[in-house]
Write a protein that binds this ligand. Structure first.
Ligand code: 5AD
Ligand code: SF4
Length: 480
């Protein structure tokens, strides 16, 4: 992989000129389907940004696409299986298009590509190219040179992917809306015994502060008001600062809060052991840092936490939450839970329910344990029966759903700042997010999209809150 076009490493990512004719003369269409986490969604956007100067416009489905990219997720078995069923459908689309004289290239990217590149090529001959999550910046070169017809590029590269990415055009940033993802950290060194991430995304790496700030500035100039800082282990961030020292996530947040136009910051996903005192203090001191924290605990049983290699006890998580709440009393919490981890007894599971009752969550993601090839837990004794997992998942989801609804109901009558992001479900409505990441709909004109405005919450639906604009001072106005 030496002959790839080398773009100079620089702090500011170049913004492409979207050549209307495209590099190849006429513009072509790319359909990118992304599965899994927000980091994959960010990568999918970056793929689109890389391909735009190559003459590719995005399209909403595979039928009119000259290039189809599946950006895959390997975190659980079902996520990986979806890729093979999708590829089966794409094989047909490719054949139908070929019968009409149209060529289609199929690319598999993301974590399944990383973990099962050879298997994909063996099982699905319609796939032209397999490219891992650290190598997708090679896509334009592979496609341009035609090497893509047989290429497999899943080696963790020596060079830094981020130096080769391009910023989205202003127009593209505007189209994507006022809340944007920004990857600041990748990979994980934690090796939780159930998780494939350390194997698919590699070792922890933090982007330098200047590169992140430059990307944030570009986004803000395109109308972005909220940055969602992404990393598999985002609060382990330790990037090089402009002063040559190592900066923490707290320090980075303080820096990004100064970017003109940026009103809100969020970060995800975090590990409890990396929630340091500075970051907790930032939740108290930095008004731009939104009072919502996704802090996965996975289980409330010490025995299970130990078998998961989480390296903390349930009591440490409870203590941590108490400290965070002391710093920011209104903070809303969210978590990930795994049920039916090998060896999880009914008593272990009850301990998880007890932790949920004690802490109280505004939202949660919960999963049945899924053995992943190559991870220690997949080989462990005491695998839990599927029916048992299903039953525990239903009980856990009932509990957290009750908490979520109670949290939402408690908003009625309160006035909160809402960042309006898009048109609402019905004509005349716009939709946005509360500080606590709740979807909020109001009747208001479209030109308010991109604004942060105080809204009085007047009703609660299944998945969103309903509100009306109010003249009452919002949090933002008080702070300003
Ligand atoms: N089985 C079930 N859930 C898993 N997760 C990660 N690996 C597995 C697995 N093997 C869940 C964890 C993690 C989230 C992103 O996915 O809860 O926090
Ligand atoms: Fe996976 Fe654990 Fe790393 Fe999260 S901290 S990515 S669960 S290994």
């Amino acid at each position: 992989m030496s002959e790839f076009l080398q773009r100079p490493a620089s702090d500011a990512l170049p913004t492409p000129q979207e050549d209307p004719a495209g590099a190849g003369g006429s513009r072509r269409k790319v359909f990118i389907k992304s599965y899994g986490c927000q980091m994959n969604a960010y990568d999918a956007q970056k793929m689109a940004d890389l391909l735009a100067p190559e003459g590719f416009d995005e399209t909403a489905g595979p039928d009119d696409a000259d290039l189809v990219i599946l950006n895959t997720c390997h975190i659980r078995e079902r996520a990986a299986e979806k890729v093979f069923s999708e590829l089966g459908k794409l094989r047909q689309t490719k054949a139908e298009r070929a019968a009409g004289g149209l060529a289609t290239k199929i690319v598999v990217a993301g974590c399944v590509a990383q973990a099962e590149g050879a298997e994909i090529r063996r099982r699905e001959k319609a796939v032209d190219l397999v490219v891992g999550p650290q190598s997708y910046h090679h896509l334009p070169d592979l496609l341009r040179s035609g090497a893509g017809t047989l290429g497999v590029d899943t080696e963790f590269p020596i060079e830094d992917k981020f130096d080769h990415l391009v910023n989205a055009s202003r127009e593209r940033v505007r189209q994507r809306g006022p809340a944007a993802f920004l990857t600041i950290q990748e990979g994980c060194d934690k090796f939780c015994s159930f998780c494939v991430v350390p194997y698919t995304r590699g070792a922890e790496m933090s982007r330098p502060v200047t590169a992140i700030r430059a990307e944030a500035l570009e986004l803000a100039q395109g109308g972005v008001r909220e940055l969602v800082l992404l990393g598999q282990n985002v609060n382990a961030y330790h990037g090089e600062g402009p002063d040559g020292r190592v900066w923490s996530l707290a320090k980075l947040c303080a820096e990004l809060a100064e970017v003109p136009g940026i009103a809100r910051l969020r970060y995800t996903t975090s590990h409890p052991n990396d929630m340091d005192a500075d970051l907790i203090a930032a939740h108290r001191d930095l008004p731009q840092l939104m009072p919502f924290l996704h802090l996965p605990v996975q289980s409330g049983s010490d025995a299970v936490l130990s078998a998961m290699n989480r390296k903390h006890k349930a009591s440490a998580y409870r203590d941590l939450i108490a400290q965070i709440r002391k710093a920011r009393p209104d903070i809303a919490l969210s978590s990930d839970f795994i049920v039916g981890f090998p060896g999880e007894s009914e008593a272990d599971f009850e301990a998880t329910l007890e932790l949920i009752r004690d802490v109280g969550f505004a939202a949660a993601f919960s999963f049945k344990y899924s053995p992943r090839p190559g991870t220690p837990a997949a080989e462990a004794a005491g695998q839990v029966d599927e029916a048992e997992k299903r039953e525990r998942l239903a009980r856990l989801q009932d509990l957290v759903e009750g908490q979520r609804q109670a949290f939402n109901r408690a908003m009625v009558g309160r006035t909160v700042d809402v960042l309006f992001e898009k048109k609402g479900r019905h004509a005349g409505q716009i939709a946005g997010k509360s500080p606590y990441l709740q979807a909020v709909q109001i009747d208001a004109p479209e030109h308010l999209i991109g604004e942060v405005l105080p809204v009085e919450i007047i009703g609660v639906g299944a998945n969103s809150l309903f509100g009306r604009r109010t003249l009452a001072a919002g949090v933002l106005e008080v702070r300003a």
